[in-house]
Ligand binder design. Structure first.
Ligand code: SF4
Ligand code: SF4
Length: 418
């Protein structure tokens, strides 16, 4: 599983600025989590209905024991949820149960650790990997990527996410929830540890089935313990830490800032090693860190030529055209140049298959294992973009990204047995 993080390799010619990768319009505003499609399932009647339909479809497919929805596949899913069920870690809810913003132990550090930012980053990279991270990067916290509001499941409404240099919140020197239910991040918390987790290639090759859904869930269970333990490690050093999976801030731009990938047409992080076959978590902190820089390894040019995810998306939710500043609907945040997936069409398809689909991850030519030939392909994508159309044709011709029979999954060796 282990690979060298692009953020570990030191300065490189492909480093660019965030402004070059993301062209942000002056009218851009921080995104309200309320409009994230996963939160709309809690208040928007159409999305609530689609979530119910999805659960019913899954139930029916399991009853019928369709391929990819058999007893083993279901048990895989149930097992993959175990860690999150045990800890109460919820990926979309900030400052709750397992991912509390407060220390999880009463033991306060005897002394605050003092080290230079480069040492702090080196140690955090080591600790995150010891706690099962695949790759680790560091960024300055750009507040534009922090949600303007979070969705509170207790009251079923949204409340602001504030910083302690905003009027009325100056008294907060610890991350917490204020009496008005605003979440407050101390202004000194200007750094973020970004953690990438590889998802199993064979599990994703069975998208969309219960096997693929379990593969994603198993990764989230890993996210749960790694993120919480990294946060608690930072607290043990005497600093503040806000652990987060999909809540509090947008993970992809923070990963881009940290040099861990670029945004693809399929609205996923394209990591240089795993492509979109990965998940992300982050820990916001006031521990000063040596930060990485965004990298351009040819994703935008390749996506312009490829369009494979758009072709293979059964819901036709991924655009074929150029990047745009215009949202598809309220589920995207306009004002940033990107391909805008129609998340409502995507949710409607998920209701038909009873899972979180994942075909646009399976289909992507960047979604390859660690083989020499794929390293050569990545070299050409980065250095010779005129070859991109040929690479796409070859990828199609060789059958990459096709659906693999679910039954074979249980005959495959696990990554650690290979
Ligand atoms: S998850 Fe499936 S439906 Fe949604 S955008 Fe990707 S391929 Fe399309
Ligand atoms: S499938 Fe092709 S167009 Fe879609 S994200 Fe991957 S490389 Fe880009």
């Amino acid at each position: 599983m282990e690979a060298v993080s692009p953020a570990d390799e030191g300065p490189s010619k492909d480093q660019v600025t965030t402004a070059e990768l993301y062209q942000i319009q002056p009218y851009y505003r921080r995104f309200n989590q309320k409009y994230n499609v996963t939160r709309q399932r809690l208040w928007n009647p159409d999305l609530i209905q689609l979530a119910k339909d999805r659960d019913e479809t899954l139930e029916r497919l399991l009853q019928e024991e369709r391929p990819g929805y058999g007893a083993l596949d279901w048990a895989f899913y149930r097992g993959s949820e175990g860690n999150r069920a045990n800890t109460g870690f919820v990926v979309n809810v900030p400052n709750a149960r397992g991912n509390s913003w407060q220390p999880l132990s009463n033991a306060s550090p005897k002394h605050r650790w003092h080290g230079d930012p480069a040492t702090a980053s080196r140690i955090l990279r080591k600790i995150a990997r010891l706690f099962s991270a695949s790759q680790v990067g560091f960024a300055s916290l750009d507040r534009r990527w922090v949600y303007s509001h979070y969705w509170d499941e207790e009251t079923n409404q949204d409340y602001p996410v504030k910083f302690s240099d905003e009027p009325g919140y100056e008294q907060f020197d610890r991350p917490c929830r204020a009496e008005d239910r605003s979440l407050v991040i101390p202004k000194e918390m200007r750094y973020v540890v970004v953690i990438v987790y590889e998802m199993d290639e064979e599990g994703i090759a069975r998208a969309p089935t219960a096997i693929q859904m379990a593969t994603v869930s198993a990764t989230y269970s890993r996210i749960c313990f790694t993120t919480v333990m990294v946060a608690e490690f930072i607290r043990g050093l005497g600093y503040n830490a806000v652990p987060s999976a999909n809540c509090t801030a947008l993970s992809i731009p923070l990963a881009v800032e940290a040099g861990l990938g670029q945004l693809g047409r399929n609205a996923k992080l394209i990591n240089p090693t795993y492509g979109p076959r990965c998940r992300i978590s982050k820990v916001i902190t006031d521990l000063p860190l040596e930060t990485g820089r965004p990298r351009d390894f040819g994703v935008t040019e390749f996506c312009n030529a490829c369009k494979k995810c758009a072709r293979m998306c059964p819901a036709q939710a991924i655009p074929y055209g150029e990047r745009s500043f215009e949202s598809a609907n309220e589920c995207n945040n306009g004002g940033v140049l990107q391909w805008m997936t129609d998340h409502k069409k995507c949710a409607a398809y998920m209701a038909k298959v009873g899972t979180n689909c994942g075909i646009c991850i399976r289909a992507c030519p960047f979604n390859k294992g660690h083989h020499k030939i794929h390293d050569v392909t990545r070299f050409f994508i980065k250095h010779a973009p005129w070859v991109d159309p040929l690479i796409v044709r070859l990828d199609d011709a060789m059958g990459f990204g096709r659906y693999k029979p679910p039954a074979d999954f249980w005959d495959e060796k696990t990554p650690h047995q290979k």
